[in-house]
Design a protein around this ligand. Structure first.
Ligand SMILES: Cc1cc2nc3c(=O)[nH]c(=O)nc-3n(C[C@H](O)[C@H](O)[C@H](O)COP(=O)(O)O)c2cc1C
Length: 225
């Protein structure tokens, strides 16, 4: 698979096959993704990887933490989104909801169904591997951006091994549960999680392709004519 295919075939995968992933492959991906660029080569990422029994135990704790609750209302350590969204971001996010919940047959007013689907985040959507990506809380926006580079490098390398991924900021809402389980040092803050496994490409959750803005909406060219 070349890099264009890897980029083109990456989706945020929200349903995985019950098929184990070779732990050595995951370890190798985590190492190779370190080739991601970072300002000043600070390499601001800390990665925690769970599979097998530790993942099962962790998922039990996460399930307990959200039992009977709406985790969307849990506080986060950092503002995942601005409190009030505006265009064009608002429309894009709404469209994402229409695509995802529409594919799953969950209606606009089905609040319970929406919460239940959101809760699947906290089981890593059934993936056999779960990662947590953390950062030193004293680092700034430049280093947070570098985390994105690491996450995407990992996601694209995973494609080359036939694996699928889903970055998950939803985990920021369970930062206490994650922090306690991983025994995170106080200077580290959880940014997001990532599910890794073999995607179930017949599942409705993976049946749509997210759109992107047209070129003039986000890029101005100078001297390209
Ligand atoms: C940092 C980050 C956090 C995300 N968090 C979640 C999440 O918590 N749950 C989820 O289902 N998708 C999550 N996504 C996936 C986005 O919804 C997805 O990237 C976007 O809709 C575009 O779709 P695509 O990744 O399939 O191209 C996240 C993506 C990124 C980059």
């Amino acid at each position: 698979m070349d890099v264009f295919e890897a980029v083109d075939s990456r989706i945020s995968c929200r349903a995985f096959l019950d098929k184990p992933v070779d732990p050595g492959v995951v370890r190798d991906l985590i190492v190779r993704a370190q080739r991601a660029a970072s300002g000043g080569n600070l390499q601001s990422w800390f990665v925690y990887a769970l599979t097998g029994e530790p993942l099962k135990e962790f998922k039990r704790r996460a399930a307990d933490a959200i039992e009977g609750k709406n985790p969307r209302q849990f506080p986060t350590e950092y503002p995942v989104y601005p409190e009030k969204m505006w265009e064009p971001y608002l429309g894009r996010r709404e469209h994402h909801g229409v695509q995802l919940y529409g594919a799953l047959g969950i209606g606009r007013d089905d609040h319970v169904g929406r919460i239940e689907q959101h809760k699947r985040n906290y089981a890593f959507f059934g993936a056999p591997v779960g990662l947590f990506i953390c950062i030193d809380r004293k680092l700034g926006p430049g280093q947070w951006a570098d985390l994105g580079g690491y996450i995407h490098t990992l996601a694209l390398l995973a494609r080359a091994r036939g694996l699928d991924t889903c970055p998950q900021e939803a985990w920021a809402r369970l930062y206490k549960t994650v922090g306690e389980f991983l025994e995170l040092p106080p200077e580290q803050m959880l940014f997001c999680g990532m599910a890794i496994g073999y995607g179930d490409h017949g599942h409705p959750a993976n049946s749509f392709r997210s759109p992107r803005a047209e070129l003039p909406e986000f890029c101005r060219f100078h001297g390209f004519d």
